[in-house]
Design a protein around this ligand. Structure first.
Ligand code: SF4
Length: 265
């Protein structure tokens, strides 16, 4: 049974973040906040309590616990659009950003304006230091062709790492039924890669629940979904999927890669 929102309390053990320097092997990421044992225990308790809560209740808990140091990253996927819709109801001031790699579809970028028109929320576009032209010139052409892991690291991971500075917690739009990595995602947990509390309000939702809400509330969504695209990332690394294919089969097709690295350790 879902926990009534009025019964959800803010995390009494607010982050006691101690920033330490990582060793040289992770130097590109710089300093990452480290959690105390007390914080990890508190997050585990909160995650267990929120396991049966609705996404709206989980988000309300996150806002009560961490705002104004609570943020959300969106790739404008259907799940992210549902979270933006929910935040717009009770915490529209929540900072929302997109990792704008320079390789996104035009249809994806247009969603920023549609979100602004519908909710008045201005999604901030966080970009790598190098433009696509500079990056490709420095690397002898598109890196995604031969080393998509490095391209995702340079144009997504490093950008999120910088975007995380000043925040204590972030919302992700992952669902547990999407990939094996995501299947073990807690509702609330410590994201050691970015040094943040990570909240996944849709972890227990299905694709059907997401699209049911989009349909019912007429939430804006990427029009490419009407053209056979299911999971949409950067244009060079996304293809349509056929009937019977996994929803993420169109991502990095031809590579063993299944994640950009934001949601696995
Ligand atoms: Fe590069 Fe493709 Fe990753 Fe986008 S999804 S950052 S183009 S490898």
């Amino acid at each position: 049974m879902a926990i009534p929102a009025k019964n959800l309390k803010a995390n009494s053990a607010l982050p006691q973040l101690k920033v330490i320097r990582l060793d040289d092997s992770d130097d590109a990421m710089g300093a990452v906040a480290q959690p105390t044992d007390e914080l990890l225990a508190a997050l585990a308790r909160s995650s267990a309590e929120l396991e049966s809560a609705t996404p709206q209740e989980i988000l309300q808990w996150a806002v009560a616990s961490y705002a104004p140091k609570f943020t959300m990253a969106t790739a404008f996927g259907p799940e992210g659009m549902c979270i933006i819709h929910m935040l717009a109801q009770f915490a529209p001031e929540t900072p929302v950003f997109n990792l704008d790699t320079g390789y996104q579809f035009t249809e994806t970028l247009e969603l920023r304006e549609r979100v602004k028109a519908r909710y008045g929320i201005e999604v901030e576009m966080k970009r790598p230091k190098q433009s696509v032209a500079e990056y490709e010139a420095a690397n002898g052409g598109p890196v995604y062709i031969r080393d998509p892991n490095r391209c995702c690291f340079d144009r997504k991971i490093l950008v999120l790492h910088e975007a995380a500075v000043g925040f204590d917690a972030w919302a992700s739009a992952i669902r547990r039924d999407q990939t094996p990595d995501r299947a073990v995602a807690p509702i609330v947990g410590w994201d050691k890669k970015f040094g943040l509390v990570k909240v996944s309000p849709l972890a227990n939702w299905t694709n059907e629940q997401v699209w049911s809400l989009i349909s019912k509330e007429k939430i804006p969504y990427n029009l490419l979904h009407d053209e056979g695209f299911r999971s949409i990332g950067c244009q060079p690394c996304t293809r349509r999927v056929g009937l019977g294919e996994d929803e993420r089969a169109g991502r990095w097709s031809g590579f063993a890669k299944t994640e950009c690295g934001l949601h696995n350790s």
